[in-house]
Design a binder for this molecule. Sequence first.
Ligand code: PLP
Length: 347
Amino acid sequence: MTVIDLSSDTATRPTEAMYDAMVAAKTGDEQKRADPSVNVLCERVAEVLGKESAVFLPSGVMCNNIGILVQTRRGDEVVTHHTSHIANMEGGAPAAVAGVMVRTVDGEYGQFDAETLLRAIRRSPKKNVAQTTLVTVEQTSNRGGGSVWPREAIRDVASVARDHDVAVHMDGARLLNAAVASGLAPADFAGHCDTVWIDFSKGLGCPVGAVLAGPDDLIERAWRWKHRLGGAMRQAGVLAGACLYALDHHVDRLADDHRNAFSLAKALADIPGVQLPLGMPQTNIVFFDISRSGVGSADLADGLARQNVSIGVESAHMLRAVTHLDVSEADTATAADVIRDLLAKRA
Ligand SMILES: *Cc1c(COP(=O)(O)O)cnc(C)c1O
């Protein structure tokens, strides 16, 4: 019985070839910086992102935490979009871990412009005003429907930030999706940011791992936080082996995920009662609204689960479907057919 799991691109299982790469990987003591596979991985990611150094971490959330910790002080303000993962999905970590305030801003598709950032920045000499020291940009924007920030938009935001001595951190969980979708190099986006990370456990199909990159001095400071937060590892080469395999074999194929998301969205748009509030997907995430169908999201998700299709419930009438390595074109067609049937029968 095959399950079609559209709930997240974290749902991938390592392929046989990826397992082989993990078994073959050379290992050492990662926290002594003596794991050869992790060292090669960090060098490669730093090069791909156009940064001096990089550090291997267990998760994207830890990359965000450490990116904030090394570029802020307690009581500072971090500007981020109101839909961002940092503001919504990390257990209040900016406050709990870094002791910073989050100032959220608005804009379409999970993005904001330089003007909006300018209005949000506070850099007053008055001692009763919190100081903005960091802005974060999510590429692609998850809650923005996998939208790709145009390079120029990031450049303009970063330029306003620089003018006000505000650092720029990119949550690049899906930066490689943005690069593949736009035909630009990852460094074309990352070059405008001080710190940037990519996730290996999303569309790249690895079991664990993320790499945070930036200038030498910030990555040195990141290492202390990696130890403090329990992110320093031992024979992590088995994980880096999977990541290196993914860099060689799973990047270009992200285009397949984007194509499948597009055809899924097209099929969904034809179903009576279904709307695509964020338009057609640019990458691998499809949000769809079923308020006109008279069916609730949870009921549709339950009906789908009974037919072995898993999907994300975002709100009472909004659902999220994500394509990835373990979802084929036929799977997306099947999922759309089941959704059409369920809505016709009112779930
Ligand atoms: C998944 C995700 C994260 C967190 O990454 P983990 O590796 O799951 O900790 C951060 N930001 C965005 C935009 C994400 O989608």
